[in-house]
Design a protein around this ligand. Structure first.
Ligand code: VGL
Ligand code: ZN
Length: 223
């Protein structure tokens, strides 16, 4: 039996309408679909990863850290590794210890039923490093364990990715999964993006790299 891990990306209050500081349009639409995927009577995931964007205040990606630049503008910056790149500047979001950084309670409640099957991965925890991909984070209770190594140790060969936002963290998580040679599927009804154009571009890019984008058919998830 080929093992598939479910990766739930950044389903946190700051990415959810109506109150999130970086609310993804229609982001709440992913919640019932993710609830369904976490229904133990229907699904038998051997591994579930829940990623959590988890920034210190003053994070390098926040517009407020680069006055007078505005949120959603871009700026060329140099990060802690000396890498120079164009960063999209964001409103402050997912600040460690705040309500906005918490995973939605309906998802958290459903995850609790899966016990040790679930690992939480926190990312973006370094003040001067951006991290969109769940593969750039660390499993919280074993800070030296990287996600690729963990999934390989669990003999996972496929990943199914859901969550927010399609054009940033979902995209980058899927690109990481593909480059680590996991068979990679995005469950389209369970993702939403910040920009429609970028979301379509993300789907095209993933398809061109061998990722699968699937929707719902009947009672199962099929292509
Ligand atoms: C995300 C922007 C900034 C995401 C995280 O989860 O897609 N987007 N930080
Ligand atoms: Zn972030």
């Amino acid at each position: 039996m080929i093992k598939t891990a479910l990766i739930i990306v950044d389903v946190q209050y700051d990415f959810l309408p109506p109150d999130g500081s970086l609310a993804v349009p229609d982001g709440q639409a992913v919640l019932p679909v993710i609830q369904d995927l976490l229904d133990k009577t229907k699904w038998d995931w051997p591994v579930i990863i829940a990623s959590q964007d988890y920034h210190p205040s003053g994070h390098i990606s926040f517009a407020s850290s680069h006055p007078p630049n505005e949120a959603f503008s871009k700026k060329t910056i140099r990060d802690a590794r000396g890498k120079e790149y164009e960063q999209t500047l964001w409103p402050d979001h997912c600040v460690q210890g705040t309500k906005g950084a918490e995973i939605d309670s309906s998802v958290r409640g459903a995850l609790e039923l899966w016990g040790g099957t679930v690992k939480v991965v926190r990312k973006g925890t370094h003040l001067r490093l951006e991290a969109y991909s769940a593969f750039e984070g660390y499993i919280t209770e074993a800070t030296t364990t990287e996600l690729v190594r963990y999934l390989r140790s669990m003999e996972v060969e496929k990943v199914a990715i859901v969550g927010l936002a399609t054009d940033f963290c979902v995209l980058q998580t899927a690109l990481s999964a593909l480059s680590a040679s996991f068979e990679t599927t995005i469950i389209a009804p369970a993702v939403r993006g910040i920009s429609e154009a970028d979301t379509n571009e993300a789907f095209d890019k993933l398809k061109s790299l061998g990722g699968k984008i699937i929707g719902r058919q009947g009672t199962s998830w099929e292509q």
